[in-house]
Design a protein around this ligand. Structure first.
Ligand code: GLY
Length: 481
């Protein structure tokens, strides 16, 4: 496979389907803004650019500074003029047609024409506008179009946002193929990290190795990599630790296809594995790992059309609750544990979320695309972090990521101790401190039949997981790290 081998199906028909559906739902011209690079320390030195996901979805264009007008299914793309000196410093810019070739736009114009085109559309009647992630561009468009625009749940037009949520939730065969490609790159990177892991290796060198595999495949991290021996810190983004004998290394990392993938850019993966650094799970680590794996299996078994995602979450939570009861931590039954959120003491997050062009797909719109209209999140400890509760449909791709964490901030929390009182044997609970965290996460496409685990190539079985650790060269020593 070449570094950026493209998958089939990102053709004119795929983009026309998306555009026609949005136009039919909105019934008037839609102005779409891509993002612009954000300055980092100096105006010309920006953060790495990532195109907005709605813009990618409708245009397939990952160029900074792009915009588009969608009218009755026809897309006009506006691309920025090269600046003075651009050819000298950044190389020649291909002409507009060449830059737009893989976007299947009906027309392509220079960005200088955008303001007048928006004015013409406004003069012709009302328009809809979709805010992008760049507030500066949103302000300009709001001024031209005379509409308030703010990225996120207040973004632009209700019919437009609802149409995008409905469309983006249900992946086409081409989208699933792109996500499978991103998953395959992620699997390679996870296996490289496991093979290089051993006591004495720094987390930083393993994070560099993971990033190297992504980059060599033309991919980028789809979110901040979590690679840590402190897996109980749910979103631990620093890599300051050094692996020690007996540690569990939790790696939560996913590639997304980079700009070299053209109109497939942005589709990503989200995978977690927990590796025993010494090459074997020790007693209680193994028991907890087995419980998380059983929770994973219970959840995946329910990933079928018509099943509410809350039921998938509860199935995983029930397995963790059962484990805690068997370990003497909980003194109530499974049903009471779930109703009161006692499982959340060790499994404090939801079982997963939608994934696609965003790692938490369409989450820019809050729960609007992920919960039934009018339904609030459950006010139950742990379950309140569940990011999705719709009946599953073929084409949804969700993560399944149960975990088990011994978090001092939870076990020491005076309010939780008062709330849960004698339902918990707190000293048994504390006996897990030091285990840190275990999570197993895969991406699952819902089909008409069996759940399709996109990351099937990454070991999950505890013996296979343990055997993968240290199975390759000592990467850190090779680099002198
Ligand atoms: N795997 C990172 C996240 O879901 O936020």
């Amino acid at each position: 496979m070449s570094a950026t081998a493209k998958v089939e199906g990102f053709d004119a028909a795929e983009f026309q389907r998306r555009r026609s559906a949005v136009s039919a739902a909105v019934g008037r011209p839609v102005v779409l803004l891509g993002g612009d690079p954000m300055p980092r320390n100096l105006p010309g030195y920006g953060y790495p650019f990532r195109q907005g996901s709605d813009f990618l979805y409708l245009t397939g264009c990952s160029e900074p500074g792009a915009a588009a007008i969608l009218d009755d299914g026809r897309l006009t793309l506006f691309l920025p003029t090269p600046g003075e000196g651009d050819a000298l410093w950044h190389g020649e810019t291909p002409d507009l047609q060449a830059r737009a070739a893989s976007c299947y736009a009906d027309e392509v114009q220079d960005s200088a024409a955008l303001e007048q085109a928006v004015m013409d559309a406004v003069a012709g009647g009302s328009i809809a506008a979709l805010a992008g992630p760049d507030p500066r561009r949103n302000e300009t468009l709001a001024w031209w179009a005379g509409v308030p625009l703010q990225f996120g749940s207040e973004s632009g037009d209700d019919a437009l946002v609802d149409a995008l949520c409905t469309l983006r939730r249900k992946k086409s065969a081409a989208e699933i193929a792109a996500m499978r490609a991103a998953t395959q790159i992620s699997v390679e990177a996870h296996l490289a990290v496991a093979a290089a892991a051993r006591p004495g290796v720094s987390e930083r060198s393993l994070a560099a190795l993971l990033q190297a595999v992504f980059a060599a495949r033309g991919a980028e991290p789809g979110y901040g990599t979590i690679l840590t021996r402190r897996g109980e810190i749910l979103h631990c983004h620093d890599h300051d630790g050094t692996l020690r004998d007996g540690d569990l290394l939790l790696v939560d990392a996913g590639a997304e296809l980079g700009p070299g993938y053209g109109n497939q850019t942005g589709y990503g993966a989200d995978l977690t594995r927990t590796w025993p650094v010494s090459g074997a799970f020790e007693g209680r680590q193994r028991a907890a790992y087995d419980a998380v794996l059983a929770a994973w299996q219970a959840a995946v078994d329910l990933c079928r059309p018509g099943v509410r995602y809350r039921a998938v979450h509860d199935a995983a939570a029930a397995v963790i609750a059962r484990f805690l009861i068997d370990e003497g931590v909980l003194r109530v039954g499974v049903d009471e544990a779930l109703a009161r959120g006692l499982h959340g003491l060790f499994f404090p997050h939801g079982v997963g979320h939608l994934i696609g062009l965003d790692v938490h797909d369409i989450e820019a719109y809050g729960d609007r695309g992920a919960y039934p209209p009018g339904q609030e999140r459950a006010d139950i400890f742990g379950t309140r972090f569940l990011r999705l509760d719709l009946p599953l449909e073929p084409g949804f791709v969700v993560t399944i990521e149960p975990g088990f964490y011994a978090v001092p901030a939870i076990l020491d929390d005076a309010g939780l101790r008062e709330r849960f009182g004698s339902a918990v044997d707190w000293s048994r609970a504390e006996s897990f401190l030091g285990l840190h965290g275990i999570r197993i996460e895969d991406d699952v496409a819902i089909t008409d039949g069996e759940p399709d685990v996109l990351s099937a190539g990454l070991p999950r079985d505890p013996d296979a997981v343990a055997a993968a650790v240290g199975a390759g060269p000592d990467f850190a020593a090779l680099l002198g790290l």
